[in-house]
Design a protein around this ligand. Structure first.
Ligand code: NFS
Ligand code: SF4
Length: 658
């Protein structure tokens, strides 16, 4: 220990009930304070957000600045170069999109690298597990599949998908999945993406000092880059993962910290890339390593996920999930984690210090992500087990030398996860012939009012999980079917809403559909890159018919109620550019009453795309989304259904929800 943060006086207590509704996290925060350990919740309390930065009213793109404009009087001043508030905000916002899109597309590229090596027989540890999906994706992209070997198809698919990154001119492959009318709109505005590398490079160029100084023109490139993420990098990540590791189908699995087991060696994988996780699954099932764990006195090896790769293998294999982004430090406070392996994205640097306090080690594995104080064990795709076996062995050593008291919150929540868009159509369409027709019919007849994607992070600036849970309850109560990914999915799983029984919280129409099919009213699809599954589902709904001709016509809406990362902004922008009304919570990183704000919140919709919305309040958020869904229903002429049910306090108490 021996660091000042471990001095009990140095941790200023926070009001724990105000910062999270996750009971396990709350219990661990109490313990952390007792142990003198600081977490992001404590740091958020002492680090007040900079008001100028929060509104994106500052620019540090050159050394004539940094320049600060006022959010109270946004047009009162310009930067030294003359940049207006609209230029400054559009540039800052676009750079968030560039960074978020880069994260998703680079992740997708790693999956593609792995796929190439598998196809070329350069790796033995991974294989094509889902040749049916391979054929289906290849056929969709116009690759001949009849009478050809899996390997030949895979080679062609690899070369085709590589264009998602390197295409210099012309449209990327998955644009073929976009509904005709949506694509027409994109073509009209010149925002059909070329390769992600080109789009991100051009966006970084255009946001440099003294280049693009028209917020509308910048926003076009911002949309184009975001679309290169959603219909490009993210979609490649999802499809390749399915081909290599299997397409998810519904599976029962547990979430929460109660999945830790004091009697076993507990290993946590936290990050985003499934290749590390898949190798770890092989390691923890290796009889030799299990024997080593038993020789050390443990009953076995217990593997858990956290954050997005955790959500992905929860959906794909039913691997238990310990918690979302704001629980990653708290889980270490249990003292029960014997090793935490991380790869890329959403890995708080603070983890290392917390881990140190409990004699746990954090292992970085990816060359892109090292953390001072963490041990690095390189993950090489050709020899993946070298890395994951080593982490298990380090965990076993730590197990043997556990010397801190262990406290595991006894909370575990079962649920059903793994609803790929392919499965949704089988589930609703019957066993023999998958189709979106029954979903569309249920929307047209009003049993299902519409579909909402509720996704994204947790954030210590708002009460962890609360906004997600309240929003989703309000939506399903109003017959809106909810699809989920990432940390949001875990929040709802912990609240018990990923079970078929949760249909009792749904409105009559949605409840009826859930009961008939035996599905939960909240469908977990996996990680954040799996938001691409939502795009595909939207496309399918349009193509199936009866709900308009473009994604913008659909009675759907999206939300990231507790977002924090630049990836979330990229996701938001690609949903908006695809035609979806998308509402964010916490804070919106631009100044109101500016032209750029008006463009994002109104103007884009007039161009035939979707639009942004903002509110930090979950009930208001539900109201905005439902009103939008109703507006679309009306335009489609299918609005002859029930009035929206607003839950008052008494109704909430009756349901035990207050
Ligand atoms: Ni999405 Fe995943 Fe979670 Fe947010 Fe981070 S883990 S990619 S960014 S915090 S949902
Ligand atoms: Fe200031 Fe313009 Fe330089 Fe930005 S680019 S820091 S607004 S002078």
């Amino acid at each position: 220990m021996g660091n000042e943060k471990h001095d009990k006086e140095s941790v200023k207590g926070i009001n724990i009930a105000d910062v999270t509704i996750c009971e396990a996290t709350a219990q661990m925060l109490k313990k952390a304070e007792k142990d003198g350990v600081e977490t992001a919740f404590h740091r958020a309390d002492s680090m007040k957000a900079c008001p100028i930065g929060a509104d994106s009213a500052c620019c540090k793109h050159c050394a004539m600045g940094p320049c600060r404009l006022s959010s109270k009087d946004p047009y009162g001043k310009v930067g030294v170069c003359g940049a207006t508030i609209d230029t400054i905000q559009a540039r800052n916002f676009s750079r968030m999109v560039a960074s978020g899109a880069a994260a998703h597309t680079d992740h997708g590229m790693s999956m593609l690298d792995l796929f190439r090596e598998v196809v070329n027989d350069e790796i033995e540890d991974y294989k094509i597990k889902d040749p049916m999906k391979l054929e289906q994706v290849a056929a969709e992209l116009g690759i001949e599949v009849q009478g050809r070997s899996v390997k030949d198809i895979a080679i062609d698919l690899y070369h085709e998908l590589e264009r998602t990154y390197v295409q210099i001119e012309g449209e990327i492959p998955f644009v073929k999945r976009v509904p005709e009318k949506t694509l027409e709109t994109w073509r009209k505005h010149g925002i059909v993406p070329r390769g992600a590398m080109r789009e991100i490079m051009e966006l970084m160029h255009r946001t440099h000092m003294g280049v693009d100084q028209h917020y509308e023109n910048l926003t076009n490139q911002c949309s184009r880059t975001a679309l290169a993420d959603g219909w490009g990098g993210s979609m490649v990540a999802t499809e390749i993962s399915d081909i290599l590791f299997g397409t998810p189908t519904p599976i029962k699995a547990d979430v929460n910290m109660g999945c830790l087991d004091e009697k076993q060696v507990n290993i946590i994988i936290h990050g985003h890339e499934p290749n590390l996780f898949e190798s770890m699954i092989a390691s923890v099932n290796d009889p030799e390593l299990i024997k080593e764990a038993k020789d050390a006195g443990a009953e076995g090896i217990n593997l858990l996920g956290m954050c997005c790769s955790g959500a992905e293998v929860l959906s794909r294999h039913g691997i238990p999930h310990a918690g979302n982004f704001m629980s990653t430090e708290a889980v270490l406070v249990t003292g029960a984690v014997d090793a935490m392996g991380v790869d890329v994205q959403c890995i708080k640097q603070g983890l290392v210090k917390v881990a140190e306090c409990y004699g746990t080690k954090v292992f970085t594995t990816n060359p892109r992500c090292r953390i001072e104080g963490a041990e690095h064990i390189a993950f090489e795709e050709r020899y993946p087990r070298n890395c994951t076996d080593a982490i298990v062995r380090m965990g076993i050593i730590r197990y043997k030398h556990r010397d801190k008291p262990i406290e595991i919150p006894r909370i575990k929540n079962a649920g059903i996860h793994g609803f790929s868009h392919e499965y949704i159509n089988y589930m609703l369409g019957g066993v023999f012939r998958g189709s979106y027709t029954p979903l569309n019919e249920n929307i047209i007849n009003g049993r299902i009012r519409g579909v909402a994607g509720v996704v994204g992070c947790t954030n210590p600036r708002v009460r962890q999980d609360w906004v997600h849970v309240e929003l989703v309850k309000e939506l399903i109560r109003n017959d809106v079917l909810v699809v989920q990914t990432g940390c949001s999915q875990i929040a709802l799983a912990k609240a018990g809403l990923c079970t078929p029984e949760a249909a009792i919280l749904a409105g009559n129409g949605l409840a009826e559909v859930c009961e008939t099919v035996g599905m939960p009213p909240v469908l977990g699809l996996g990680s954040c890159v799996d938001n691409s599954r939502i795009l595909i589902a939207c496309s399918e709904m349009v193509k199936t018919g009866g709900l308009g001709h473009s994604i913008a016509d659909l009675p759907v809406a999206g939300a990231a109620p507790e977002w924090m990362s630049e990836k979330a902004i990229s996701i938001g922008q690609y949903f908006v550019a695809s035609g979806v009304f998308t509402v964010f919570g916490v804070t919106f990183p631009i100044v109101e009453n500016t032209k750029f704000h008006k463009l994002l919140f109104e103007g884009l919709e007039q161009l035939g795309l979707g639009k942004w919305g903002f509110t930090a309040d979950p009930y208001q958020m539900a109201k905005m989304m439902i009103e939008h869904i109703d507006k679309k229903r009306k335009a489609l002429g299918i609005d002859k259904t029930r009035e929206r049910v607003l839950m008052d306090m008494a109704a909430r108490q009756k349901l035990g929800m207050a």
